[in-house]
Design a protein around this ligand. Sequence first.
Ligand code: AMP
Length: 214
Amino acid sequence: MADISIALSKGRIFDETVPLLARVGIAPKSNGASSRKLILATHRSDVRLIIVRATDTPTYVRYGGADLGIAGRDVLVEHGGDGLYQPVDLGIAACRMMVAVKKGFDYEGAVRQGARLRVATKYVNITREHFAAKGVHVDLIRLYGSMELAPLVGLADAIVDLVSTGNTLRANDLVEAEQIMPVSARLIVNQAALKTKRAALQPLIDAFAKAAEK
Ligand code: AMP
């Protein structure tokens, strides 16, 4: 009987979590990257992995669909980390949340002159707060992906997106204009579970913290 569930998303987070899990002593029985299974057993009979959409991870953990979760800071800030205990910055899936513009666009000038910027992003809350704090007026255009296209076709002056190597920006003639925040994945914990299952969860949380230090 698996009595500890860890929610995480496929892709970058899963790929970078697997080595971390190995250091914690947990290995999935099947290869999550290729499996269509949404619940993965591990070699520890009391631990299972639950595969969710990245933006759903905080929801699963908040409502007890999983005891633990691994979620990017971008998701936690954008969709709310309220009601979640966030004890460990795992340091994985590291990147930065950036404002980016088309090469040649005078971002500093536009901001200085108080121009109204059109900004395309899927991170509407983070973007709204960032520009409100700077006193810059923005028209937000909500997109669900391929934000890099928006400045190229005149849909927006700027985008807000995650940047890792910068290759995607470079390939599309965009440049970094301003960093909003550094991003990495955090361990998140259901607060009620921490009380009722502390004996099982605390050693695992401590092991994650230790594994993340290396
Ligand atoms: P890069 O070309 O390496 O700068 O990566 C940029 C692309 O990958 C963008 O489409 C980002 O949204 C996405 N990306 C980069 N880092 C992450 C991350 N840690 N989590 C999710 N998406 C990311």
